[in-house]
Design a protein around this ligand. Structure first.
Ligand code: URA
Ligand code: SF4
Length: 200
């Protein structure tokens, strides 16, 4: 079993905090273990707890739509949450629960080693940058532990407030730029086959 699979199994079996008592399924995350982009939400809700998969409800459908708009699918990225088990009635996780769960998130970031970590919403963002406003920070890449951190509004925010939708769409388009390969330099153009150049 790979180190990554072992981590996923550990999360499934975890009993380090009391969120394990009421969960149906732990939700470790989903996607490519070598993804360039990693999304971090808050925690599983009703649907996620039932299915053992992140972002499968309405927020998830919106996230899928935003991914598709920039030509990506779930298997191209990695999607997880700050806490891996659903807090009862979707209450905010308690500080002790976050502390118990954080080593899993740290290990995921280290093993996947993404180029960009997208912090979805105030809750996720403030785990890494306490006290800052998501409204001000969103859409602006910054450095975090050698990784590019990219705060965005949570997809659920756009479901409550449709005016945020174009903001999220913009942030997604710019996200792609953060991982795009640089344009080929002049050497590459010189090497282009002659027939391609004579076309002009
Ligand atoms: N909202 C989240 O933050 N995470 C999920 O997995 C689903 C909804
Ligand atoms: Fe373990 Fe995290 Fe679930 Fe708590 S929330 S039981 S620490 S996996």
């Amino acid at each position: 079993m790979s180190e990554f699979e072992n981590l996923v199994r550990q999360i499934h079996d975890c009993r380090k905090c009391s969120l394990s008592e009421k969960r149906t399924n732990a939700v470790p995350g989903e996607g490519s273990p070598t993804a360039d982009i990693m999304f971090i939400g808050e925690g599983p809700g009703f649907n996620e707890d039932r299915d053992g998969r992140p972002f499968v409800g309405r927020s998830g459908r919106f996230l899928d739509e935003m991914l598709a708009a920039i030509g990506l699918r779930r298997p191209d990225v990695y999607i997880t949450n700050v806490v891996k088990c659903r807090p009862p009635n979707n209450r905010d996780p308690l500080p002790g629960e976050i502390e118990a769960c954080h080593p899993y998130l740290d290990a995921q970031i280290e093993m996947i080693a993404p180029k960009v970590v997208v912090m979805l919403g105030k809750y996720s963002f403030n785990q890494f940058f306490p006290g800052e406003s998501i409204g001000r920070a969103r859409g602006k890449p910054r450095s975090w532990n050698g990784v590019t951190a990219y705060p965005m509004y949570h997809p659920a925010a756009a479901l409550h407030n449709p005016r945020l939708r174009p903001v999220i769409e913009d942030d997604f388009r710019n996200l792609l730029r953060l991982i795009e390969k640089p344009e080929p330099g002049p050497e590459k153009i010189d090497e282009a086959p002659a027939e391609q150049l004579s076309f002009f």
